[in-house]
Design a protein around this ligand. Structure first.
Ligand code: AMP
Ligand code: MG
Length: 322
């Protein structure tokens, strides 16, 4: 398949390009597009054949449900049973890297929700993504636009490497801002809200707003969020974690990424000045070191409770757990 690529203005997306991409979505094709978290691989969420193509293009297990992306809150009512908690969070925070899991209505095909009776919904905070959803007139199902298991793509080049020849179109909206995926919470039972996946939206803000603790899912609910079972976010070379205060791991031909200086001389390093930049640059660093044929990557374990640190720790943990 020939993949069309188009540069697009990320603040003021060109209407002709959005129209072309929206036509592809309406006709059941696949378009990769930028969101504020990572690049998404989008299809019409209500078209089972289109959704099937997402799983094929990514090599994603078909029981791993997709997030439906919407452009306004009205759209949500057609898709899921909206409760009061959902109303509060959508009004207060959307568009944001915050995904809500709610009871699905039958309009959402089982393929999109991995056979579950719930569905995950989010409004992305990116003008290109919002324009595309709006113009296609459909909710867009979109996992990250990488081959299954690989680090999520945070720039056009990473999407191109994984998806060229597999999908109809890629929109190049430059580098993303957040760099890791959305926070996913299950609010089907407002008395027991579950943190299914930490990510770009802070737990603390949610707990302050809802005046409740977000619980870790038990084994039963983990089964209900199959994505958390799979190996994820990992480059092709091993990732090792270094915690400050512990002995620095020594390997031949290793590269380092973190905030603090590595304790030994190392061939190549990427240093960030804060947690936010670390999250934004982590996956790109993985891909860069892999391309440059390093034997392994040492990543600093980020401490602290700042906004995105829980999500960042989750991604580093998963990438290193092979
Ligand atoms: P990804 O598309 O790779 O960013 O992954 C989406 C995440 O959302 C996965 O971890 C899924 O397990 C989770 N998710 C999507 N839909 C649901 C759902 N209906 N119930 C629970 N988790 C979901
Ligand atoms: Mg993904």
């Amino acid at each position: 398949m020939m993949t069309i690529t188009a540069k697009i203005n990320k603040k003021n997306p060109e209407p002709e390009i959005i129209s072309q991409a929206a036509e592809i979505i309406k006709n059941g094709g696949l378009v990769a597009f930028p969101t504020e978290t990572v690049y998404g691989l989008g299809a019409d969420a209500l078209n089972p054949q289109a959704v099937k193509k997402i799983y094929e293009a990514k090599g994603r297990p078909s029981d791993n449900p997709l997030i439906l992306h919407v452009a306004n809150i009205n759209q949500v009512h057609e898709l899921v049973e909206v409760n009061e908690t959902a109303e509060i969070l959508m009004k207060k925070f959307w568009p944001a890297p915050l995904t809500l899991v709610l009871k699905a209505k039958n309009i959402i095909p089982l393929q999109t929700r991995g056979g579950l009776d719930t569905a995950a919904i989010r409004m992305p905070n990116n003008p290109v993504a919002l324009a595309l959803i709006e113009k296609s007139g459909k909710p867009i199902a979109a996992p990250s636009a990488n081959l299954s298991g690989r680090p999520s793509p945070t720039d056009f080049e990473s999407v191109f490497n994984d998806m060229n020849g597999r999908i109809e179109m890629i929109l190049d909206g430059g580098a993303v801002e957040v760099g890791i995926e959305s926070t996913v919470i299950d609010i089907t039972n407002p008395k027991k809200i579950l943190m299914l996946r930490p990510g770009g939206f802070s737990r603390e803000i949610l707990e302050d707003t809802l005046k409740t603790h977000l619980e870790v899912p038990d084994t039963q609910s983990k089964k209900r969020s199959p994505g958390t079972r799979y190996r994820h976010y990992a480059p092709n070379i091993p990732v090792f974690v270094w915690k400050r205060g512990e002995k620095f791991p020594e390997f031949n031909n290793s590269a380092y990424v973190g905030i603090n200086e590595p304790e030994i001389k190392i061939k190549e390093k990427i240093l960030f000045s804060n947690i936010k930049d670390f999250a934004q640059g982590l996956f790109a660093a993985f891909r860069k070191f892999e391309r440059e044929n390093f034997s392994c990557i040492i990543v600093e374990w980020p401490e602290g409770n700042e906004d995105i640190s829980e999500g960042l720790r989750d991604r580093i943990f998963r990438a290193s757990r092979n």
